[in-house]
Design a protein around this ligand. Sequence first.
Ligand code: ATP
Ligand code: MG
Length: 163
Amino acid sequence: MTKIIDLSVKEKIYKSKKAQISILNNFRLEVAAGEKIAIVGESGAGKSSLLNIVGLLDRNYSGEYTLFGSPTNQLHTSQLAQWRNQRIGFVLQESALINSLTVEDNIKLPFLYASPDKKGVGEIEDFDTVVSAIEIRHILKKKPLECSGGEKARAVFARGIIM
Ligand SMILES: Nc1ncnc2c1ncn2[C@@H]1O[C@H](COP(=O)(O)OP(=O)(O)OP(=O)(O)O)[C@@H](O)[C@H]1O
Ligand SMILES: [Mg+2]
């Protein structure tokens, strides 16, 4: 199967004035296309730090990371931003929706930041597919504060996968 994530961290160091901590020592993660995984570990083990690395938010570590077949250490910051926009979906637990926007506009936010060459490509179809699959058509015109917890969670999820 095609490898989507191929990550090899030697070490991630957090430094402060007084102390330095080293996590993810000799850590490897391989994820194949279509594979679903859960990351489990005690508090402070490094799960969030790992997700920051996997999600291209943090490149300040020693190691190698190949994503979608491309070594990420060669990507420039603008390319990193483009990948985060178009190829990675984050679903956060809380306060991830913009309250002044409708659910529809929240879900469509990633389109707004897409590069010009990707703009408009299949947007309406993708939006429709996701809205039907997640069954949120009835809340599209609502603002997040008018939604239930589960409805908000589905809106966040829709936005996470829309690209
Ligand atoms: N910005 C930072 N500066 C210094 N140390 C940090 C920083 N962020 C995290 N750490 C430390 O790195 C270690 C890993 O933190 P991380 O947030 O990745 O853990 P986690 O597995 O997500 O924990 P939790 O289950 O509590 O969310 C912890 O010891 C934490 O104190
Ligand atoms: Mg965490």
